[in-house]
Design a binder for this molecule. Sequence first.
Ligand SMILES: [Zn+2]
Ligand SMILES: [Zn+2]
Length: 294
Amino acid sequence: MKVFIHYEEPAAESLRQTLKITLPKKWEMGPCSNLMDTFIKSYNAKHPENQMVASQYRLETEMRQVLQPHTTVCEKVHDRADLYVKFGSAPAAPKPMQTVNNDMLDPLDRCRACKLFGCNKKYTERANSDDACRHHTKPPVFHETAKYWSCCPQKKAYDWESFMQIKGCATGRHSDIKPGAAAPLGGSHVRGQTATDPKLKKIEDFNAGKSDEKPLDLLKRALVAIGCSADDFEAAREKLKEKFKDDEKEITAEFCAEIGFGLHNLIGTTQPATGGPDPYGGPPQFKPPPNFAP
Ligand SMILES: [Zn+2]
Ligand SMILES: [Zn+2]
């Protein structure tokens, strides 16, 4: 598991730092404070002029969730996550009894955090029900200054608070399985849905006899292999088939454009410091008005 830790707050660019950490396996079950300590150690070694004290900073996820130092890494941090070091210690949260004894509880009574898009509520399986969770069905998009859920593109927000208030478009049970990850997909999903599927292990199998496979079929297999929904892919394809009257070339071009757009979203969210506003709501930068005279 790898994580990227960014410290972007100092005004001077030379004082900012991004650290990529490859976590030892046992750290995944360890506290988030290990991540912070590693970052601070590396930072202080590089910046003797700007020493940081771990207790004065907190770690946040890209969703601006504060990671308490004692939180178990694998509970809140996913592989390749971007984490942010922010000034100000984590608000004191007394260790809930549930966390301490969670593993000893009946699985029905364990405290879980819902991982569905836009929910984040704590729940127990015992109290879960078919309409307990209001969530979004697709991941968030941060594009330029707009923030929205890709399932609800018509509802755009321009600051974090109103973004988090966009009501979920779907109801269902809370779930602690991340949508889109190696989650168990429905039976209608094609084989080979995860990278660990033995059917995808052999590259020869992948290549053998597939030379006449359409690029879109190839794309679908690749997307399904990383956990995307095969049903969604087919639904999109059907829609484009209708729109472009079965013209495979046009359909492929449209997929290419959409995926390109998605990639730009990713670039936009990982490199906010290109002059645009910080999509994570960092401290506002002072910009003098045009007629500003010091
Ligand atoms: Zn939605
Ligand atoms: Zn939920």
